[in-house]
Design a protein around this ligand. Sequence first.
Ligand SMILES: NC(=O)Nc1ccc2c(c1)=C(Cc1cc(-c3cccc(C(=O)NCCN4CCCCC4)c3)c[nH]1)C(=O)N=2
Length: 307
Amino acid sequence: HSKRTAKDYIFGKLIGDGCYSTVFLAKDIHTGKEYAIKVCEKSHIVRHQKVQYIKREKDALNMLFGVPHGFVKLYCTFQDEERLYFVLSYAKNGELLHYINKVGSFELNVAKFYAAELLMALEKMHAVGIIHRDLKPENILLDENMHLQIADFGTVKILDPQKIRSSTPTVPEDEQNSTSTDRSRKISFVGTAQYVSPDLLQNRVDTRSSDLWALGCIIYQMISGLPPFRASTEFLTFQKILKMDYEFPEGFPADAKDLVEKLLVLDHNKRLGASDEGFTYESIRKHPFFEGIDWENIWDETPPKIS
Ligand SMILES: NC(=O)Nc1ccc2c(c1)=C(Cc1cc(-c3cccc(C(=O)NCCN4CCCCC4)c3)c[nH]1)C(=O)N=2
């Protein structure tokens, strides 16, 4: 079909909003299909020097388009005078955070299922050299069959820009962190306080292992209902992270506790999976917490009911 414009969609309810974008549920008037359309105001992006973040999101989504499971898909992009539009998958059941808050905390089999799908999505993302850097239950969506889809690639780091499948020039590696016009002051991106890794916080090193730290935080939160590091301000949360100041609630399952302890390690090289070779995190898959997961067929299974 010809290049889409906003006129090809009926825009519905607002289903997400962030500092630099608003996400609407929309229906394609030609096919009747539902999409999530992420709209960005050009003036706002330019004023806040976020152009490279938008470009990086498009590049990352294009690099992941062929991966069948675990991510929202980017179907097309278009623009008008004032805005950029990203036509993305509509994950009908919304944010994982909604379900954690709705039921308080997940039963062990539910937490294990979604931790496994999240790990497999991380394996695929890291295999193509993309680090998400802001994984959190708000960015983990559930499709109409309740399978997991990672969203919001505006904060990613692309490790090998040569792998970017796009005709426009790539954003050089050293520009992937700085948010300032002065390249000498490399202000690295830092994720959401509760889930940001010490490496991202301290020495501005963002490795695949930064996402493994977030995995540990998300497993903890699915089982206990709250993230491990929490305080009244971002600064106090950061302090708790750097001091490893967290504890497990009474009754936290032993296998889950052991896995979280092996992921929430200050030294990013020593996190479970950090030194795994190849495209799977074998040492994490083999952990007793994942006992019983059918890694080959999980995406075709009916997810356990969240109750
Ligand atoms: N920053 C980003 O890139 N954000 C994105 C990107 C893509 C994307 C995205 C966000 C989506 C967010 C989203 C939000 C929702 C949603 C929000 C609020 C309510 C509902 C809703 O009521 N859905 C019907 C089913 N519900 C599910 C929750 C319990 C009640 C019944 C869905 C569904 N999907 C999405 O579907 N696709």
